[in-house]
Design a binder for this molecule. Structure first.
Ligand SMILES: NC(=O)c1ccc[n+]([C@@H]2O[C@H](COP(=O)([O-])OP(=O)(O)OC[C@H]3O[C@@H](n4cnc5c(N)ncnc54)[C@H](O)[C@@H]3O)[C@@H](O)[C@H]2O)c1
Length: 187
Protein backbone atom coordinates (compact mmCIF):
# COMPACT_ATOMS: atom_id res chain seq x y z
CA UNK A 1 0.00 0.00 0.00
CA UNK A 2 1.16 3.52 -0.79
CA UNK A 3 -0.33 5.90 1.80
CA UNK A 4 -0.13 9.63 1.08
CA UNK A 5 -1.16 12.51 3.35
CA UNK A 6 -0.19 16.17 3.70
CA UNK A 7 0.42 15.70 7.47
CA UNK A 8 0.26 19.46 8.01
CA UNK A 9 -2.37 22.14 8.43
CA UNK A 10 -4.03 23.75 5.39
CA UNK A 11 -4.32 27.50 6.04
CA UNK A 12 -8.07 28.13 6.04
CA UNK A 13 -9.26 24.82 7.56
CA UNK A 14 -10.88 24.92 11.00
CA UNK A 15 -10.40 21.26 11.99
CA UNK A 16 -7.06 19.53 12.63
CA UNK A 17 -5.59 17.52 9.77
CA UNK A 18 -3.38 14.45 10.10
CA UNK A 19 0.10 14.57 11.62
CA UNK A 20 3.23 12.59 10.71
CA UNK A 21 2.45 10.38 13.74
CA UNK A 22 -1.00 9.63 12.29
CA UNK A 23 0.57 8.50 9.00
CA UNK A 24 3.08 6.36 10.90
CA UNK A 25 0.17 4.79 12.82
CA UNK A 26 -1.57 3.98 9.53
CA UNK A 27 1.61 2.29 8.34
CA UNK A 28 1.84 0.33 11.59
CA UNK A 29 -1.77 -0.87 11.22
CA UNK A 30 -1.18 -1.98 7.61
CA UNK A 31 1.98 -3.86 8.59
CA UNK A 32 0.11 -5.47 11.50
CA UNK A 33 -2.09 -7.08 8.83
CA UNK A 34 1.03 -8.57 7.24
CA UNK A 35 1.02 -6.16 4.28
CA UNK A 36 3.76 -3.88 2.98
CA UNK A 37 3.32 -0.11 3.07
CA UNK A 38 5.17 2.93 1.74
CA UNK A 39 4.23 6.36 3.09
CA UNK A 40 4.75 9.84 1.66
CA UNK A 41 3.97 13.27 3.05
CA UNK A 42 2.56 14.97 -0.02
CA UNK A 43 0.00 17.71 -0.60
CA UNK A 44 -2.52 16.59 -3.23
CA UNK A 45 -2.37 20.14 -4.63
CA UNK A 46 1.23 19.38 -5.71
CA UNK A 47 0.88 17.28 -8.87
CA UNK A 48 4.63 16.85 -9.40
CA UNK A 49 5.17 15.62 -5.84
CA UNK A 50 2.26 13.18 -6.20
CA UNK A 51 3.68 11.78 -9.44
CA UNK A 52 7.07 11.33 -7.76
CA UNK A 53 5.48 9.60 -4.77
CA UNK A 54 3.58 7.21 -7.04
CA UNK A 55 6.77 6.40 -8.98
CA UNK A 56 8.65 5.72 -5.75
CA UNK A 57 5.83 3.62 -4.29
CA UNK A 58 5.40 1.55 -7.46
CA UNK A 59 9.17 0.96 -7.68
CA UNK A 60 9.25 -0.27 -4.09
CA UNK A 61 5.99 -2.24 -4.07
CA UNK A 62 6.05 -3.64 -7.60
CA UNK A 63 2.81 -2.29 -9.05
CA UNK A 64 -0.54 -0.62 -8.53
CA UNK A 65 -4.06 -2.05 -8.56
CA UNK A 66 -6.46 0.36 -6.81
CA UNK A 67 -6.38 4.16 -6.53
CA UNK A 68 -8.33 5.89 -3.74
CA UNK A 69 -8.56 9.69 -3.98
CA UNK A 70 -9.81 10.36 -0.46
CA UNK A 71 -7.90 13.38 0.90
CA UNK A 72 -10.23 16.21 1.75
CA UNK A 73 -10.90 19.22 3.92
CA UNK A 74 -14.16 20.12 5.64
CA UNK A 75 -15.16 23.08 7.78
CA UNK A 76 -13.24 26.26 7.08
CA UNK A 77 -12.22 28.83 9.69
CA UNK A 78 -15.08 31.37 9.80
CA UNK A 79 -12.45 34.11 10.15
CA UNK A 80 -10.71 33.07 6.93
CA UNK A 81 -11.00 35.17 3.78
CA UNK A 82 -14.07 33.65 2.06
CA UNK A 83 -12.45 33.91 -1.38
CA UNK A 84 -9.39 32.00 -0.15
CA UNK A 85 -11.58 29.44 1.67
CA UNK A 86 -13.56 28.80 -1.53
CA UNK A 87 -10.36 28.38 -3.58
CA UNK A 88 -8.74 26.11 -0.98
CA UNK A 89 -11.82 23.86 -1.01
CA UNK A 90 -11.68 23.48 -4.77
CA UNK A 91 -7.88 23.11 -4.84
CA UNK A 92 -7.85 20.27 -2.31
CA UNK A 93 -11.23 18.57 -2.77
CA UNK A 94 -11.49 18.80 -6.57
CA UNK A 95 -8.10 19.60 -8.15
CA UNK A 96 -6.46 17.26 -5.61
CA UNK A 97 -8.66 14.39 -6.82
CA UNK A 98 -7.80 15.14 -10.45
CA UNK A 99 -4.09 15.33 -9.55
CA UNK A 100 -4.26 12.01 -7.69
CA UNK A 101 -5.90 10.18 -10.56
CA UNK A 102 -3.56 11.68 -13.16
CA UNK A 103 -0.53 10.76 -11.06
CA UNK A 104 -1.62 7.14 -10.68
CA UNK A 105 -3.61 6.12 -13.75
CA UNK A 106 -0.63 6.20 -16.18
CA UNK A 107 0.79 3.32 -14.13
CA UNK A 108 -2.44 1.32 -14.50
CA UNK A 109 -2.48 2.02 -18.25
CA UNK A 110 1.15 0.97 -18.64
CA UNK A 111 0.62 -2.23 -16.67
CA UNK A 112 -2.27 -3.03 -19.02
CA UNK A 113 -4.26 -5.30 -16.72
CA UNK A 114 -7.04 -2.96 -15.59
CA UNK A 115 -7.64 -1.76 -12.07
CA UNK A 116 -10.01 0.34 -10.02
CA UNK A 117 -10.30 4.02 -9.12
CA UNK A 118 -12.44 5.19 -6.19
CA UNK A 119 -13.10 8.86 -5.45
CA UNK A 120 -14.52 10.12 -2.15
CA UNK A 121 -17.31 12.63 -2.73
CA UNK A 122 -20.02 13.40 -0.14
CA UNK A 123 -23.77 13.57 0.30
CA UNK A 124 -23.07 17.22 1.02
CA UNK A 125 -24.39 18.11 -2.40
CA UNK A 126 -27.53 20.00 -1.41
CA UNK A 127 -27.99 23.27 0.40
CA UNK A 128 -25.41 25.80 1.46
CA UNK A 129 -24.86 28.72 3.77
CA UNK A 130 -23.28 31.37 1.55
CA UNK A 131 -19.81 31.02 3.07
CA UNK A 132 -16.76 30.58 0.85
CA UNK A 133 -15.82 27.35 2.61
CA UNK A 134 -19.34 25.88 2.54
CA UNK A 135 -19.92 26.78 -1.10
CA UNK A 136 -16.51 25.40 -2.01
CA UNK A 137 -17.14 22.08 -0.22
CA UNK A 138 -20.50 21.57 -1.94
CA UNK A 139 -19.21 22.66 -5.37
CA UNK A 140 -16.04 20.59 -5.05
CA UNK A 141 -17.92 17.43 -4.03
CA UNK A 142 -20.36 17.90 -6.93
CA UNK A 143 -17.29 18.25 -9.13
CA UNK A 144 -15.91 14.93 -7.87
CA UNK A 145 -19.07 13.22 -9.19
CA UNK A 146 -18.40 14.86 -12.56
CA UNK A 147 -14.80 13.66 -12.50
CA UNK A 148 -16.00 10.12 -11.73
CA UNK A 149 -18.24 10.22 -14.82
CA UNK A 150 -15.56 11.52 -17.19
CA UNK A 151 -12.88 9.21 -15.75
CA UNK A 152 -15.25 6.23 -16.16
CA UNK A 153 -15.75 7.05 -19.83
CA UNK A 154 -12.02 7.52 -20.36
CA UNK A 155 -10.90 4.39 -18.54
CA UNK A 156 -13.61 1.79 -19.24
CA UNK A 157 -11.96 0.70 -22.53
CA UNK A 158 -8.84 -0.11 -20.48
CA UNK A 159 -10.70 -2.32 -18.01
CA UNK A 160 -10.35 0.26 -15.23
CA UNK A 161 -13.49 0.67 -13.11
CA UNK A 162 -14.24 4.14 -11.67
CA UNK A 163 -16.71 4.81 -8.84
CA UNK A 164 -17.25 7.41 -6.19
CA UNK A 165 -18.59 7.01 -2.68
CA UNK A 166 -20.80 9.70 -1.15
CA UNK A 167 -20.67 9.31 2.65
CA UNK A 168 -23.01 11.07 5.06
CA UNK A 169 -21.79 11.83 8.60
CA UNK A 170 -18.82 9.71 9.65
CA UNK A 171 -17.15 10.13 13.05
CA UNK A 172 -13.67 11.25 11.95
CA UNK A 173 -11.51 14.22 13.02
CA UNK A 174 -13.16 16.20 10.21
CA UNK A 175 -16.50 16.23 12.04
CA UNK A 176 -15.56 15.43 15.67
CA UNK A 177 -14.81 19.09 16.18
CA UNK A 178 -16.65 21.64 18.35
CA UNK A 179 -17.04 24.06 15.44
CA UNK A 180 -18.72 21.38 13.30
CA UNK A 181 -20.96 20.35 16.20
CA UNK A 182 -21.99 23.98 16.63
CA UNK A 183 -22.73 24.24 12.90
CA UNK A 184 -25.10 21.27 13.04
CA UNK A 185 -26.80 22.21 16.31
CA UNK A 186 -24.74 20.55 19.01
CA UNK A 187 -23.30 17.09 19.81
N1 LIG B 1 -16.46 12.50 7.92
C1 LIG B 1 -17.56 12.72 7.19
O1 LIG B 1 -18.68 12.86 7.75
C2 LIG B 1 -17.49 12.78 5.68
C3 LIG B 1 -18.70 12.81 4.98
C4 LIG B 1 -18.65 12.85 3.59
C5 LIG B 1 -17.44 12.86 2.92
N2 LIG B 1 -16.29 12.82 3.64
C6 LIG B 1 -15.03 12.83 2.88
O2 LIG B 1 -14.26 11.70 3.26
C7 LIG B 1 -12.88 11.98 2.97
C8 LIG B 1 -12.05 11.60 4.19
O3 LIG B 1 -12.38 12.50 5.26
P1 LIG B 1 -12.43 12.06 6.80
O4 LIG B 1 -13.82 12.25 7.26
O5 LIG B 1 -11.77 10.74 6.99
O6 LIG B 1 -11.60 13.25 7.46
P2 LIG B 1 -10.11 13.28 8.01
O7 LIG B 1 -9.84 14.72 8.27
O8 LIG B 1 -9.95 12.29 9.09
O9 LIG B 1 -9.27 12.75 6.75
C9 LIG B 1 -8.94 13.57 5.66
C10 LIG B 1 -7.46 13.40 5.39
O10 LIG B 1 -7.10 14.18 4.25
C11 LIG B 1 -5.83 14.75 4.53
N3 LIG B 1 -5.64 15.94 3.70
C12 LIG B 1 -6.30 17.12 3.80
N4 LIG B 1 -5.82 17.99 2.90
C13 LIG B 1 -4.83 17.35 2.21
C14 LIG B 1 -3.96 17.73 1.16
N5 LIG B 1 -4.01 18.97 0.63
N6 LIG B 1 -3.09 16.82 0.69
C15 LIG B 1 -3.02 15.57 1.22
N7 LIG B 1 -3.82 15.16 2.24
C16 LIG B 1 -4.71 16.04 2.72
C17 LIG B 1 -5.87 15.09 6.01
O11 LIG B 1 -4.59 15.29 6.58
C18 LIG B 1 -6.61 13.88 6.58
O12 LIG B 1 -5.73 12.85 6.97
C19 LIG B 1 -12.80 13.47 2.60
O13 LIG B 1 -12.73 13.60 1.19
C20 LIG B 1 -14.13 14.02 3.12
O14 LIG B 1 -14.54 15.19 2.44
C21 LIG B 1 -16.28 12.77 5.00
Amino acid sequence: MLAVDVCAPVGTVAHPLATPDDLAETARLVEAEGRRVVTAQVDVRDADALTAAVADGVARLGGLDVVLANAGIGLMDPAADPRQAFRDQLDVNLVGVWNTVHAAVPVLLEQGHGGAVVLTSSVFGLGGDGTGGGDGYVAGKHGVVGLMRTFATWLAPHGIRVNCVNPSGVATPMVLDPAVEALFGGP
